[in-house]
Design a protein around this ligand. Structure first.
Ligand SMILES: Nc1ncnc2c1ncn2[C@@H]1O[C@H](COP(=O)(O)OP(=O)(O)OP(=O)(O)O)[C@@H](O)[C@H]1O
Ligand SMILES: [Mg+2]
Length: 334
């Protein structure tokens, strides 16, 4: 069981309110990702749930019971941090066993849990090594192992992969998703990486300045962002936002069109422009188009490789059924 409910929760540091009244329910077994720019309150919110910070007002319930005043160790939650502080002089086995030993658990039960965690995390072959003999990804797995053995109701991750290089991040991202599939335990995962959010989450919570801008599944947010902020935050490369006469034609203050929803031609199309930079990734090509009169730059994403170089004239045609419309307050027009 791991349902977590926040009811009118606020947090202030001194006179500064970083979390205005916030309501949120995370369902049992859900993989919930908090995403948003630096300083928006993601870690604060996670620490409030963990009990590492006291709420300024409001209530937090875990599995339907008020836990607002419950000390962190009694909440049944396990937190995994970005900096995984392992004991360097202890083996992996001892590092993982440490919290159980402190809790006075029997040797048999400790062994059962270590073996289960090691299997879940592919650490069986490394149990007798010391952290210094492990890669960054393996160390992060040990840190996760140490939280798994507590058999928590929910895992709380605060940017656990941000110290890893790009390739390892992708690998660990998959491993954490697989771990969630296997354990079916509630996970709350903080990141500012929208690709992590999109690929891992059942539910994404987009935060800005402590406010929830939108809550939804990755594809809800992709297809129907509630406002321009979410539209710009979810999706990579970013959605193109266009104002002025072109938007007015579509009865909007701003129209949004994702790079993957614009067709490119050398000979004809709705908008004419000049290629600035073309990024050839092999699998895709991103073309940044200038001089369209629409916005400083329009980014187009084409599957595969196409010939396009600096200075080429191109014609762009937006896929109208994929166009987003926003009003003068930046809110989505249905
Ligand atoms: N102990 C504290 N005292 C005062 N202000 C704090 C404290 N902790 C956080 N803040 C402020 O609260 C706001 C939210 O911080 P928080 O760490 O939750 O952001 P974040 O979304 O996790 O950012 P990042 O992506 O950079 O980790 C920031 O403006 C931060 O400066
Ligand atoms: Mg943070």
């Amino acid at each position: 069981m791991g349902q977590i409910q926040l009811n009118q929760v606020t947090k202030s540091f001194g006179d500064v309110q970083v979390i205005p009244p916030l309501d949120l329910t995370i369902e049992d077994g859900e993989f919930c990702v908090f995403v948003g720019p630096s300083g928006c309150g993601k870690s604060t919110l996670l620490r409030l749930i963990a009990g590492l910070e006291d709420v300024s007002s409001g209530h937090i319930a875990i599995n339907g019971k008020d836990a607002t005043m419950t000390p962190p160790a009694k909440r049944g939650l396990a937190m995994v941090f970005q900096s995984y502080a392992l004991y360097p002089h202890m083996t992996v086995r001892k590092n993982i066993a440490f919290p159980m030993k402190m809790a006075g658990m029997s040797e048999d039960e400790q062994k059962r849990r270590i073996d289960a965690a090691a299997t879940a995390l592919n650490l069986t072959d490394y149990l007798d090594r010391k952290p210094g003999q492990l890669s960054g990804g393996q160390r992060q797995r040990v840190a996760i192992g140490r939280s798994i053995v507590r058999e928590p109701d929910a895992f709380l991750f605060d940017e656990p992969l941000s110290n890893l290089d790009a390739a390892l991040r992708v690998g660990m991202r998959l491993e954490i998703s697989e771990l969630h599939e296997r354990l079916q335990t509630t996970m709350i995962y903080v990141t500012h990486d929208q690709v992590e959010a999109m690929t891992m989450a059942d539910k994404i919570v987009v935060l800005r300045s402590g406010y929830i801008e939108q809550v939804g599944s990755p594809l809800d947010l992709y297809h129907a962002p509630r406002n321009k902020f979410v539209a710009g935050f979810i999706g990579s490369p970013k959605m193109n936002l266009i104002e002025g006469p072109e938007a007015a034609k579509h009865e909007a203050h701003t129209i949004g069109i994702r790079p993957e929803h614009i067709d490119v031609s050398k000979t004809e199309g709705t908008w004419k422009g000049v290629v600035g930079v073309a990024e050839h990734l092999g699998s895709d090509t991103f073309i940044h188009v200038h001089d369209t009169g629409l916005a400083d730059m329009i980014t187009v994403r084409i599957i595969g490789d196409i010939e396009a170089k600096h200075g080429d004239t191109v014609y762009l045609t937006p896929q109208l059924d994929q166009m987003h419309r926003f009003d003068d307050k930046g809110l989505r027009i249905a």
